[in-house]
Design a protein around this ligand. Structure first.
Ligand code: ADP
Ligand code: MG
Length: 266
């Protein structure tokens, strides 16, 4: 099955033959720390509505890749294109497109980083007021919609410390969605959670995928990679060693290195 077929099978709009344009395109993206090459010329395309899972051993560059996509960490070579914005790593600093690009990307980390002294509602509303200039009323309305969507409308007036880890991560997802991103990046969103609480976060992510959100998810959850994502990519030593339709890669990997990795984690 091609990646295009995989997307079509999932119900994503297929415009086969009509040159569909990727929403995210990385060209020869590279990053070094000292003389350590962490990203070694990554070429990658993600189509609108595609869910890409990234798996691979610790230290292979997965988190760095996500952080370079939105320039949270500046890459030191190559290009990042998201929608109509294209930035050359060498000339990105200070460009006005940089903040537009960052705003189009929502990010969810392993640690939820909610403000403990603010209510759940304020946690979700604040950035909308600061980054998008929404009025408090509009921001709160949008926040309540999103809190309902992640099943937490009844927690709006609580403080995050009263919420479970799974609830806090769902609040962090609502907070990222509140900025109306074109793309959501997740960096091991369930790794800090007990399995049971991880499941409720994965359920929210699955629903988000079903709405057509374009997502890149670094994960250790092999069943999410196989059953929710459209495409799976395996990284090792700053390179993509294998990528393809999720069920093909997970059930029938081609590279010896992928086979070893999957055997080790299953
Ligand atoms: P992964 O998420 O796949 O575990 P990372 O992207 O976190 O991998 O890290 C890839 C490599 O880059 C590791 O060897 C890590 O030690 C190194 N690294 C990551 N961030 C930094 C940093 N800020 N300074 C120096 N080395 C770093
Ligand atoms: Mg990581």
């Amino acid at each position: 099955m091609t990646e295009d077929d995989a997307l079509a099978a999932k119900g994503a709009p297929s415009e086969k033959g009509q040159a569909r344009k990727p929403l995210i395109k990385l060209d020869k993206l590279s990053k070094h720390y000292g003389n350590h090459t962490v990203l070694d010329g990554i070429d990658l395309e993600v189509m609108p509505g595609e869910v890409l899972a990234i798996i691979g051993p610790s230290g292979s560059g997965k988190s760095t890749l996500l952080r370079c996509i939105n320039y949270l960490e500046p890459p030191d070579g190559g290009h990042v294109t998201i929608g109509d914005i294209s930035l050359n790593a060498a000339a990105a600093a200070g460009r006005s497109e940089l903040s537009t690009l960052r705003r189009s990307v929502g990010m969810v980390f392993q640690s939820f980083n909610l403000f403990p002294h603010m209510t759940v509602l304020r946690n979700v509303s604040l950035a909308q007021e600061r980054a998008l200039g929404r009025s408090r009323k509009n921001a709160d309305e949008r926040s309540m919609q999103l809190l309902s969507r992640v099943g937490l409308a009844d927690k709006a007036e609580q403080f995050p410390g009263r919420c479970s880890g799974g609830q806090q991560q769902r609040i962090a997802i609502a907070r990222a969605l509140a900025l109306d991103p074109d793309v959501m990046l997740f960096d091991e969103p369930t790794s800090a959670l007990d399995p049971e609480l991880g499941l409720e976060v994965l359920a929210v992510m699955r629903e988000l995928a079903e709405t057509g959100m374009t997502m890149i998810v670094v994960t250790h959850e092999m069943s999410f990679a196989e059953n929710v994502s459209d495409t799976v990519m395996i990284m090792a030593d700053g390179k993509i060693i294998e990528k393809g339709p999720s069920q093909d890669v997970m059930r029938n990997p081609q590279q010896e290195r992928t086979k070893r990795f999957l055997r080790a984690v299953h």
